[in-house]
Structures are given as structure tokens and as C-alpha cells.
Design a protein around this ligand. Structure first.
Ligand SMILES: NC(=O)c1ccc[n+]([C@@H]2O[C@H](COP(=O)([O-])OP(=O)(O)OC[C@H]3O[C@@H](n4cnc5c(N)ncnc54)[C@H](O)[C@@H]3O)[C@@H](O)[C@H]2O)c1
Length: 395
């Protein structure tokens, strides 16, 4: 029987569900050297936490991180809380001797990311591991793109176009932590741009050197406080209920960035792109070939082989659902499609392998990667603010 890995989950909403599903499915579909167990979940949602724990089989639940950290069954702390809590929670988890897997973006700011990286490096000396949930790395079509680039099929990369467009952030969307700079750090940039920056680093194997030409827009500056109306002045006896909250993060953001191999990348992220639901799209152009990935057709990779005679050239539509494609052999017969949740399952499975000393299917994102991504986001914010080219800060 596989040795057990006790998971402690902090947070239980959108990502709480995705991660709970992932830890459970990983062990059902993959032969793993470690079996994740649902040791403890902690979150603030008092009225639904017990039901959530029951539905996914969490053995214990509590409302505080400290209770979770005191639980000796918890070996890995999985952080799925809003961004402003990541640093505090990761630092406490490392201090308590646990491995940490944290949602993206790693932090709200580069300073916070630096503290987290330093704590992760110190913990690594004691055998503790760190991971960041850049789940799009683990789509089979992205895995295939990674392999083709490593095999030199694109040759020298000249250009990357990366865009992540969503449409849910219009004026009708009520206020939440995602629209507050003090909680989120930034808007579409950190939320969506973090995934893109990680994907480009992962696929090309190159580092970003600088950012230029960044531009940020905030169109919707007030949102309804449909949940949790607040008194207008804290402590005031006569205060009226406030019905609107101030949204002070970017709704959309664009910038250019230079890679160490010389390629120029354009990034475009938006929560206001009507008709685009979750279009995480990459186009990578090299002198020997080109690749296109679009998450709205996540099982497909488009590949152009520029070494073929010109009359035969054109983008091939490859369904990445063959058993020869990364992670696919654990699932269904070819052509039986995978979805959003599979990226998380693949990451959970690869974490179990990594913690047992086995190789993950493809490299896992660590706090080192989370920091590098944050450094690019930080340079983009500086470039938008100062209107100048900005170097990427080193760790
Ligand atoms: N990888 C992805 O594709 C992806 C997608 C969505 C969100 N995320 C990231 O996941 C994280 C969580 O996002 P979400 O969409 O699940 O948010 P959410 O608002 O749906 O859920 C947040 C959870 O954190 C809990 N929480 C809040 N404050 C807490 C506290 N002080 N102590 C304990 N629990 C607390 C809430 O009770 C809730 O369960 C964010 O960092 C976000 O950027 C990643």
C-alpha cells in the first residue's frame, strides 16, 4: 500500500473545490507512490464548511489556520485563499515544518513574494518543498508544446503573443476581494497574467529580462456591495449602509516583454472582453515552426512545421488525447476529451511523485517560479506607472 500524504487545505470555495477534487482523483487515476489523504480543511465559511468537508471526505475541519497547522496528520498545506493571505499562511506553514502548495499569483507584491521565496529556500534546507498552482502547465496540449520546443521543432523563437481574455468583470459584477488592490495586489494582470508569464517561461525555458510599453485601464470604479454591506464610517452610530465599494485594480492590462533569447512577447489580459469566457491563448513563432494553444479548445495544439516544402506548410490540428501525450494514458481512450479539472489532478499527481523522490511528468512550478513570475508582473506595473522600460528584479 502507498505511503500516505496528509493534506491540509486552507480555503473552500472555487479553488477549494478544484483542489479537493484533484487530490481525490489523482490517487484514483494514477499509480502514485504517495496516497493523498483528506486530513484537515480550514476556512471562514462557518455555515457551509461542515457540508463541504463531508462532501469531499475531509476528516477534520476548523476555522483557523493555526488549528490546521497543529494537526500532526497534515504534511502539506494547500493554500487556496485570497491573495493577501498567501504570504502569511505560507510562512506559518513552513515554520510549522509543512510542505506548501500555494495558489497563484504567489503574492500581492514583489516584496511579499521575496519573503515567501526566502522562507521556501530556508525550508528546502530541511527537506520541505514548495509549489505554485500554475495548473495550465499541466494540460496535455501544453505538455506536447513543451516537448516539441525542447526537441528544437520551433528553432529560434522570435515572437510570442500571449493573451488571456475573460468577460465576467463588467459593471454588473459585485464587489469582491478580486477588485481590491489591498487584497488582490492587481486585477487582470496578477489574476490572468500570472498564468501567461509562467507558461511562456515554462515553454521557452527562458527568463524575462525587461518589460516595456505597459498600459493599464480601470473602467469600472464602483461595484455594488451585494454581499456584506458595510457601515459608511466604521464605529459611527449614525452611519448609513454603504451600497457601493471602490474597485481600484486594472480591468485590462497590456505590455511587451523581452526574453533572454531575444524574442519579444506581447501580453494582453482582460476581464472585459465580451464573448471571451476563458480564452487563455499562446502563439509562439520560431524560424523552424510555430505553435498555437487556446484553452477554449484545450485538447488541441496547432503546430506548423516550417521545414516542410512551402507548398505543404500550414497549421496542423493535433488532438492531444493520445496515450503518447503527457498524462493522457491515465484517462480515457483517444478522443475522449479532458477538461479544466484535469490540470489540477495532474498537478496533484506530480506533487505526490515529487515528494516521494520520483520525477514528475514535466517540471513542477515552485516558489522560485512564483517569484520570477511576480518579478515580471512588478516590472509591468512599474512600466505602466512610469511609462518607461523596466528591468526585471533579481531574487
Ligand atoms: N489556478 C487557477 O486557475 C485559479 C482560478 C481561480 C482562482 N485562483 C486563485 O486561488 C485563490 C483563491 O481563489 P478562489 O477563486 O478560490 O477565491 P474564493 O473567494 O472563491 O474563495 C476564497 C476562500 O478563502 C477562504 N478565506 C478567506 N479568508 C480566509 C481566512 N482569513 N482564513 C481562512 N480562510 C479564508 C474563504 O472562506 C473561501 O473559502 C486566489 O489566490 C486566486 O487567485 C486560481
Amino acid at each position: 500500500m502507498a505511503k500516505r500524504l496528509g493534506i491540509g487545505l486552507i480555503g473552500q470555495a472555487f479553488m477549494g473545490k478544484a483542489h479537493s477534487n484533484a487530490w481525490g482523483q489523482a490517487t484514483r487515476f494514477f499509480n502514485l507512490p504517495l496516497e493523498p489523504t483528506f486530513a484537515h480543511v480550514a476556512a471562514r465559511d462557518q455555515n457551509c464548511l461542515a457540508a463541504f468537508a463531508g462532501r469531499f471526505g475531509w476528516e477534520r475541519w476548523s476555522r483557523t489556520l493555526s488549528a490546521l497547522l497543529r494537526d500532526p496528520a497534515v504534511e502539506l498545506v494547500d493554500i487556496v485563499t485570497p491573495n493577501h493571505l498567501h504570504a502569511k499562511q505560507a510562512l506559518a506553514a513552513f515554520e510549522a515544518g509543512k510542505h506548501v502548495a500555494c495558489e497563484k499569483p504567489l503574492a500581492r507584491s514583489l516584496d511579499e513574494a521575496k519573503q515567501m521565496l526566502q522562507a521556501a529556500r530556508k525550508a528546502a534546507g530541511k527537506g520541505q518543498k514548495s509549489y505554485v498552482w500554475f495548473n495550465y502547465r499541466r494540460c496535455p496540449a501544453i505538455g506536447l508544446a513543451y516537448q516539441l520546443i525542447r526537441e528544437g521543432r520551433l528553432g529560434r523563437i522570435y515572437e510570442v503573443r500571449a493573451s488571456y481574455l475573460q468577460s465576467w468583470g463588467g459593471p454588473g459584477t459585485p464587489m469582491s476581494w478580486r477588485f481590491e488592490k489591498s487584497k488582490a495586489g492587481s486585477g487582470a494582470l496578477g489574476d490572468l497574467g500570472a498564468h501567461l508569464v509562467d507558461l511562456v517561461r515554462f515553454l521557452t525555458g527562458e527568463e524575462f529580462l525587461h518589460v516595456e510599453g505597459a498600459a493599464s485601464r480601470t473602467f469600472i470604479r464602483e461595484r455594488s456591495l451585494s454581499q456584506g454591506l458595510k457601515p459608511s464610517k466604521a464605529g459611527s452610530k449614525t452611519s448609513k449602509l454603504q451600497t457601493k465599494g471602490r474597485s481600484n485594480v486594472d480591468d485590462l492590462f497590456g505590455f511587451f516583454a523581452g526574453l533572454s533569447g531575444g524574442a519579444l512577447c506581447s501580453f494582453e489580459v482582460s476581464r472585459l472582453a465580451s464573448g471571451r469566457l476563458n480564452q487563455n491563448r499562446l502563439e509562439i513563432y520560431g524560424d523552424q515552426g510555430a505553435l498555437i494553444f487556446d484553452f477554449e479548445e484545450m485538447n488541441v495544439l496547432r503546430f506548423l512545421d516550417a521545414t516542410l516544402p512551402r507548398r505543404e506548410q500550414g497549421f496542423r490540428r493535433i488532438m492531444a488525447t493520445d496515450t503518447s501525450h503527457p498524462w493522457v494514458s491515465a484517462w480515457w481512450p483517444e478522443g475522449h476529451l479532458l477538461g479544466y479539472e484535469h490540470g489540477f489532478v495532474h498537478m496533484a499527481a506530480d506533487i505526490c511523485r515529487d515528494l516521494a523522490g520520483e520525477s514528475p511528468e514535466l517540471p513542477l512550478p515552485t516558489f522560485e517560479d512564483g517569484y520570477q513570475v511576480q518579478a515580471v508582473l512588478d516590472a509591468a506595473l512599474r512600466s505602466a506607472c512610469e511609462g518607461k522600460k523596466q528591468k526585471i528584479s533579481k531574487a
